[in-house]
Design a protein around this ligand. Structure first.
Ligand code: GLN
Length: 488
């Protein structure tokens, strides 16, 4: 049963060939067996999940209508607020934080009758590219236990790759859905900024953060988008449906696409490892055979994406994380003698090293005298990058490039070298700066049998087309069908 995609499972549950209870129990059996090694989850909700599954089965048996994800076991990244359990952001500062409300995406999943099995590990406050910055636990890559799952949504991606759920939600500020999806051999979609509500998503870089689906197939990604996309009055940055209509992404998936023009950025992509480059070239050849036209473009400002991103993201983070003061939320130091110490000691004790580094970087970039030189300059570069994309999208339907310059690296390999870690985000960050959607689809394996992802980027609110383009590839290849071995 674990070999089924989310949509296949949903259809079988609806047809009463499998019950949601059976599917959910099967997932928990795998969790019992594999989770001690994989470490994908910060918390799981066995009783709650079985209760929901039984309710869905009951309603289906009674012929009542059910939602689009009826009975399907799913996972959430632990930076999405839930009224059940804790919402930790994998930080000791929020270890015992219980949110008073559900994030909009959680409400939507529940309304769609999904069965939430657990909340997944991540880099603390989503800062990182390997999940090694989690303050609570370690997650391994289901393809190779000595390697990282990528990050920051490493737990969500490892859970999907390890079949410890049928689909998951992650968040992507600079690549955190696409990069771990690529490392774990699953499909990860970062929607357009404003496409999915961020209400109840713990903020990292508010102008960059976006929630998106992590799934085994492109079809499942479309199914998840059907549930989570759309305007939310509680999030003023979520886009009005009069401006950007929400589609039935599943239905659109099967519309034919002809005269596809794909842009590639040869100079930029040349920075990737040889084996990654080869897999990407072969993937593009698949499109060529289907009749796509490939054009080469130059995007001169992409080289500055990392520098701009690590100023903007840290600046926003330093402001967003000021709320963890030992008073409003989370951990409070017992050693504080006065209110200044409550603030400084609580933060010093409970934030991890990387989070502190980012708060310091961001505070510096925003401080008087440096604001113009760093933060404002970074915003200008952001505009140039956005303009690069606008120019290129006048000539093509999508852009293709690697997701990451390498496949999954070894645990510990980059932890002491934050700059090298930051550089691994080179291909994913620009999409967040420009606000456009991007997807990672499995497109091959390296000599170590580690998955490689193809990244496809599309114009803002072009998710329907992006998913169709990705599905074309999936139809022609079977990379997505290869499953990680059961690691023990
Ligand atoms: N690796 C990037 C960072 O550390 C992106 C993280 C993310 O997308 N949340 O900021």
């Amino acid at each position: 049963m674990e070999e089924l995609s989310a949509k296949e499972l949903r259809d079988k549950i609806a047809a009463r060939q499998i019950s949601s209870l059976e599917a959910t129990e099967a997932v928990f059996k795998r969790i019992d067996k594999l989770e001690p090694v994989i470490g994908a989850y910060i918390s799981t909700y066995h009783d709650l999940a079985l209760e929901k599954a039984a309710d869905v089965d009951r309603r289906i048996a009674a012929g009542q209508s059910v939602g689009q994800l009826a009975g399907v076991p799913v996972a959430l990244k632990d930076n999405m607020c839930t009224t059940f359990g804790a919402t930790t952001c994998a930080s000791r500062i929020l270890e015992n934080f219980h949110a008073p409300y559900n994030a909009t995406v959680v409400e939507k999943l529940l309304a769609a009758d999904a069965v939430i099995v657990g909340k997944a590990n991540m880099d603390e406050f989503a800062m990182g590219s390997s999940t090694e910055n989690s303050g609570l636990k370690q997650t391994i890559n289901p393809w190779d236990a000595s390697r990282v799952p990528g990050g920051s949504s490493g737990g969500s991606c490892a859970a999907v790759a390890g079949r410890l759920c049928f689909a998951a939600l992650g968040s992507d500020t600079g690549g955190s859905i696409r990069q771990p999806a690529s490392f774990c051999g699953v499909v990860g979609l970062k929607p357009t900024y404003g496409c999915v509500s961020r209400y109840g998503l713990v903020a990292y870089g508010s102008s960059l953060d976006q929630i998106g689906p992590i799934t085994q197939t492109v079809t499942d990604s479309a199914l998840m988008m059907n549930v989570i996309a759309g305007h939310d009055p509680a999030d003023s940055t979520s886009v009005d449906e009069n401006i950007s209509p929400v589609f039935d992404y599943l239905e659109k998936l099967y519309e034919p696409l002809d005269k596809l023009t794909i842009a590639i950025v040869p100079q930029f992509a040349a920075g990737a490892d040889r084996q990654v480059q080869k897999a990407i070239t072969e993937a593009i050849d698949v499109y060529k055979k289907l009749g796509a036209e490939i054009i080469e473009v130059n995007m001169p400002h992409l080289d500055y994406a990392i520098a701009a991103y690590y100023l903007i993201a840290t600046a926003e983070a330093s402001s967003n994380l000021a709320r963890y003061d030992g008073v409003h939320y989370g951990h409070r130091s017992e050693k504080a003698e006065d209110y200044i110490e409550v603030y400084s000691k609580s933060r010093a004790e409970a934030f991890g090293k990387e989070v502190k580094r980012r708060i310091m970087l961001g505070t510096y970039a925003l401080s008087s005298g440096y604001y113009d030189a760093y933060y404002l300059k970074a915003l200008k570069v952001r505009n140039l990058i956005r303009a690069d994309f606008t120019g290129v999208f006048e000539k093509c339907d999508c852009i293709m490039m690697p997701v990451s310059p390498t496949t999954a690296f070894k645990i510990g390999e980059k932890v002491d070298d934050p700059l090298t870690m930051y550089l691994s985000d080179i291909y994913t960050i620009a999409a967040n700066l420009a606000g456009i959607p991007g997807i990672s689809v499995p497109c091959g394996f390296d000599d170590n049998n580690l998955p490689i992802g193809l990244q496809i980027l599309a114009p803002a609110f072009g998710e329907d087309k992006l998913l169709r383009i990705a599905r074309m590839f999936e139809n022609q290849t079977d990379w997505h069908k290869r499953k990680a071995p059961d690691i023990s």
